[in-house]
Design a protein around this ligand. Sequence first.
Ligand SMILES: *[C@@H]1O[C@H](CO)[C@@H](O)[C@H](O)[C@H]1NC(C)=O
Ligand SMILES: *[C@@H]1O[C@H](CO)[C@@H](O)[C@H](O)[C@H]1NC(C)=O
Ligand SMILES: *[C@@H]1O[C@H](CO)[C@@H](O)[C@H](O)[C@H]1NC(C)=O
Ligand SMILES: *[C@@H]1O[C@H](CO)[C@@H](O)[C@H](O)[C@H]1NC(C)=O
Length: 310
Amino acid sequence: MQALKYLTILFFCLWCPLVSSKPGVLQAISRLEHTNSPLIVYPTQFTQNIVPKPIHSHNDYWRDVPLLSAISLGISSVEADVWLVDGELLVGHERAALSRNRTLGSLYVQPLLNILALQNPVNDFTVNQTGRNGVFDTSSGTSLQLLIDMKTDGPSTLPFVLKALEPLRMAHYLTTFSEGVLIKSAVTIVGTGNTPLNGIKLLSPRDIFFDAQLTDLGIPSNTTWDITLAPLASTDYAATVSWNGIGNITERDQVKIKALIEVAHSMGIKARFWDTPSWPVGARNNVWRVLLDSGVDWLNADDLNAASEF
Ligand SMILES: *[C@@H]1O[C@H](CO)[C@@H](O)[C@H](O)[C@H]1NC(C)=O
Ligand SMILES: *[C@@H]1O[C@H](CO)[C@@H](O)[C@H](O)[C@H]1NC(C)=O
Ligand SMILES: *[C@@H]1O[C@H](CO)[C@@H](O)[C@H](O)[C@H]1NC(C)=O
Ligand SMILES: *[C@@H]1O[C@H](CO)[C@@H](O)[C@H](O)[C@H]1NC(C)=O
């Protein structure tokens, strides 16, 4: 039968020389793609082919579809601003933007649980696996960073954030510092905004970490900061660096950026600059280029497509 089919194709192609005379690999692919063949299906396919990139989705909930849009582009850090209102953690940039349906749970915790359930199938092959896979199929060891920017009073908001994260915690999906050991898992939570430093310090085990002020690191007498408290340190670019991306960067700014990043790295802490210029696009790109060349760990981005193609 198969031979007959090839002969038929061959016959017709005598009359249409532009069409390939033999079924090629592209036709084989196309044929398989239109089947439910078990050969092309596997459990952790939800994020198939997506390569994680060190990009931070600034105010991620602004995207049409929060979290998933970022993950689809390989963006491995997202940010949610949370407001404690009537016992609920609502997500939005300002009060006017809040909606009772958009909560930390509905926009982030539940979708993460769904994705991670897909990436962590329980079957004969995984019975002995102790660690958890992350959201990215191409890099299961990459932890997704979720920045939770507390907008309301820190000490009263923190207990609600801890409670909202409970389903992720129960499933062992959260990076945790416990009994002197830091165990990386699928999701690393970092508190920012009004997150209370003391509240985070007191957590034991600790699965919400702190976003340190990058310009506060590197004072030898100060032992506050280490990776078990602050895996991330950030600073406001515009307030720290005078170069706006137009023209050449000054030697002074260049040295300052490098020094800040190097101090963080010497402590094992990742460095991020937020409030980088977003326009003109050329200036934005110039700043991104200098930051990456200087060793920055996260590119802070509003335009996720532009950053992922940078
Ligand atoms: C929120 O969701 C409920 C259903 O769960 C719906 O009835 C309600 O209209 C929604 N509210 C808003 C503001 O969209
Ligand atoms: C899991 O561990 C048990 C006990 O050591 C072993 O017999 C089994 O082959 C392991 N299964 C897999 C899939 O590694
Ligand atoms: C260490 O630095 C932090 C700010 O980065 C500050 O809050 C704290 O008081 C300092 N501790 C000491 C002992 O100086
Ligand atoms: C900017 O730097 C480039 C390369 O180092 C140099 O050729 C150019 O003259 C500089 N421009 C200004 C305005 O200093």
